[in-house]
Design a protein around this ligand. Structure first.
Ligand code: NAP
Length: 493
């Protein structure tokens, strides 16, 4: 059923537009606002209060003031709040899905999938909150008793990107709440609405004031800059591009901050000659087209054995050509728009560069005329030296390149400064182990195109970042280890 204009309007009007500071929605001190657009139409759908440095620091002061009490709040109470928020988001799942479609563009069916995935982090970390064990030990020399326990790292700055507006926030807020940290959360200016609604739900779930503060604004560095300068900040967690991550790490170095960096990717998807072609085409399609290709885990390079390249390419191109690029609220839509005009221009420029270097367009390769920022799903046949193989594309564009041997595939897969996700399609289990042990990626999908899961440690190596989100590892990013050396109870006897 098509979503009505009245339903969209009512939902947008229900989203808080202020800055969440110390448990209250406030106006920006400058009195300024900034606009949020629907990428499927290019029209403004909301205006939010525009935080400046003063607002950012007010939010940070609230986080600092709340930290001591929050750290002492029993883990079970923190877990209960997360679980209530999880239930509330489930009740409002359709609102969250529609809001993401309106501000980010993804088809409603995909947005519903993100609600399940993103909300899963709240459930997962509500369970992890009470299971973050320490350890005790009699030292090997018998002299000391050791007690090791985990403490919340302290006030944290969380910065999220626009591509998964709910999941990127819950993946950070969930473990920070579970661990007992207070925080300032800054969402991407293109998609702040989902974060606003999520913060409202956290308040409704009983999160004490000051624990979560949300400041969105038109200038990211005006918000993050002064907070990063303050020595009371103990942690920065960032998801976004590698250049911004590098800059934030440089800033974080001044106060020796704990840093988690989920950065860019350039995922290889390897199809061996013994792959099950149904699995390979399905997996490739999911790994490329999920979120219109605007995912750090998106397959970015299709490395296909020369003996199966023709069949794979024919079947993959057929799937691309069957896509329906329509506004995400249309029930027929299977491909949403690119997030904004600049991002669409960047994708087109990469294709022009690839063609100039000898790449051959098999389908697509152009902007779609009309409202919004749609781009035609594209496949390209390229040589091994094509520059597109070195770039993160962030759009529905698949460069396909052939290889002859397993060694060559491994060498090509590793030929990138990134190391986030990778995908391997083969029916030979021993080959899967040989290949995955030799490729330098934090995540491997074996015969599957989507592997993200709240219970799994998500993160990369090389310039894809530091640290892990989700899994048992996710909460450890927000805690620090304290070792207590206890006197030998038998000393002197
Ligand atoms: P981005 O430009 O780096 O922005 C990410 C966030 O950083 C936004 O909130 C942005 O704010 C903020 N930001 C930008 N410049 C900043 C600065 N100088 N100081 C402080 N904050 C700053 O990335 P994006 O275009 O939103 O997202 C796409 C990138 O994210 C891709 O490279 C993708 O691979 C990566 N990503 C990685 C993961 C992962 O888990 N590894 C997941 C998703 C996305 P404004 O929006 O307000 O400018």
């Amino acid at each position: 059923m098509t979503v009505t204009a009245e339903r969209e309007k009512a939902l947008l009007e229900s989203v808080p537009t202020g800055l969440l500071i110390d448990g209250e929605w406030r106006d920006a001190s400058s009195g300024k606002t900034f606009d949020v657009k629907d990428p499927a139409t290019g029209k403004v759908i909301a205006s939010l209060q525009d935080a400046n440095s003063d607002d950012a620091m007010a939010a940070f002061e609230a986080a600092v003031a709340a930290q001591a009490d929050w750290a002492r709040t029993p883990a079970q109470e923190r877990a209960d709040i997360l679980r209530r928020a999880y239930d509330l988001i489930n009740e409002r799942a359709e609102d969250f899905a529609l809001l993401m479609t309106l501000e980010m563009g993804k088809p409603l069916a995909e947005a519903r999938g993100e609600v399940v995935y993103g909300n899963g982090f709240l459930r997962w970390f509500s369970e992890e909150a009470t299971r973050h064990y320490g350890r005790t030990m009699i030292m090997p020399d018998g002299k000391l008793r050791m007690q090791v326990h985990h403490k919340p790292v302290g006030p944290s700055l969380l910065i999220t990107p626009w591509n998964f507006p709910l999941a990127m926030a819950t993946r950070k807020v969930g473990p920070a709440v579970a661990a007992g940290c207070t925080m300032v959360l800054k969402a991407a200016k293109l998609t702040p609405l989902t974060t606003q609604l999520f913060a409202q739900v956290m308040l409704e779930a009983g999160l004490p004031k000051g624990v979560l503060n949300v400041v969105s604004g038109s200038s990211a560095s005006a918000i993050s800059g002064p907070i990063l300068e303050d020595p009371r900040l103990r942690k920065v967690s960032f998801t976004g591009s590698t250049p911004v991550g590098v800059r934030l790490m440089q800033d974080a170095a001044k106060n020796v901050l704990r840093s988690s960096m989920e950065l860019g990717g350039n995922a290889p998807l390897i199809v061996f000659e013994d792959a099950d072609m149904d699995k390979a085409v399905d997996g490739a399609f999911a790994a490329k087209l999920r979120n219109m290709g605007e995912a750090c885990t998106a397959a970015n390079r299709f490395l296909v054995h020369e003996s199966v390249a023709e069949e794979f390419t024919r079947r993959f191109v057929e799937r691309l050509e069957a896509l329906k690029p329509l506004r995400g609220t249309d029930p027929e839509s299977t491909l949403g728009p690119i997030v904004d005009e600049g991002a669409r221009d960047d994708i087109h420029a990469l294709i022009e560069e690839a063609v100039a270097a000898g790449g051959e367009i098999l389908t697509g390769g152009h902007k779609i005329e009309g409202d919004g920022y749609f781009y035609a799903p594209t496949a390209l046949k390229v040589g091994k030296d094509n520059p597109i193989l070195k770039k993160e594309i962030f759009g529905p564009v698949a460069p396909i390149v052939t290889f002859s041997t397993e060694e060559e595939a491994i060498q090509m897969a590793n030929d990138t400064e990134y190391g986030l996700a990778s995908y391997v399609f083969t029916e030979d289990n021993a080959r899967m182990h040989r290949v995955t042990e030799q490729i330098d990626f934090g995540i491997v999908g074996y015969n599957v195109g989507v592997v993200s899961n709240p219970a799994a440690p998500f993160g990369g190596v090389k310039q894809s970042g530091l640290g892990r989100e989700g899994g048992a590892e996710g909460i450890a990013e927000y805690t620090t280890v304290q070792y207590i050396g206890i006197e030998d109870p038998f000393a002197g006897r």
